[in-house]
Design a protein around this ligand. Structure first.
Ligand code: 5GP
Length: 179
């Protein structure tokens, strides 16, 4: 537990635990898509560290692309509004697409994205998220590959931010803002 000015934080998932779990996910994905090509679609910016680690644990003919959507503003509450800021550079028709996310929280972002991308007739469309916060779900959506399930706490690190800070932490921490 550490205290920095107006909030306290505690490490939830260590760097070593992340590395181990990402390795397992990569192995599972490699087995599941054996003999197939795969397109990883990272959702900016939170997925960046996870995407970089995960892609190196997957032993397949693989390509990557990124999308940027807005779901959170600078506040810690979901607006429920999903807006596409950057779309894919490549077509996905007939491809195996795996969306790579940092966290599934309300599920609104991925629910929207899954519908949006499935309209482009991919061969398959699945979701891989390093974190899942099922207690906060507002729409029915499940990840196909999940790293860790977490409680309803505000998480930072390993790509996750608080007002754009802390994405570079190599571990996952929860933050409690002092009243
Ligand atoms: P959802 O649409 O599932 O509610 O949330 C999507 C996005 O909200 C995530 O990709 C993430 O960027 C942000 N988010 C949700 N929960 C948290 C959290 O606990 N911490 C941080 N830093 N971002 C979160």
């Amino acid at each position: 537990m550490s205290t920095r000015g107006d909030f306290t934080s505690e490490v939830l998932i260590t760097r070593e635990q992340l590395a181990q779990r990402v390795k397992e996910l990569g192995k599972q994905i490699t087995e599941d898509y054996k003999g197939e090509q795969l397109l990883l679609v990272g959702i900016l910016k939170g997925s960046v560290p996870f995407m970089a680690d995960l892609m190196r644990e997957i032993d397949l003919d693989l390509a990557i692309d990124f999308m940027s959507v807005s779901s959170y503003g600078s506040s810690t509450k979901s607006s429920g509004v999903v807006r596409i800021i950057k779309d894919l550079d490549t077509g996905i028709e007939g491809k195996n697409v795996l969306i790579v996310e940092d966290i599934i929280d309300t599920g609104l972002t991925l629910h929207y994205l899954k519908n949006y991308l499935s309209g482009r007739q991919p061969k398959s469309l699945k979701i891989c998220s390093i974190l899942d916060k099922p207690s906060r779900r507002k729409v029915e959506i499940e990840g196909d590959y999940i790293g860790f399930t977490v409680e309803d706490k505000y998480i930072v690190g390993y790509g996750l931010d608080m007002d754009q800070h802390y994405r570079n932490l190599p571990y996952i921490s929860w933050i409690r803002v002092k009243e």
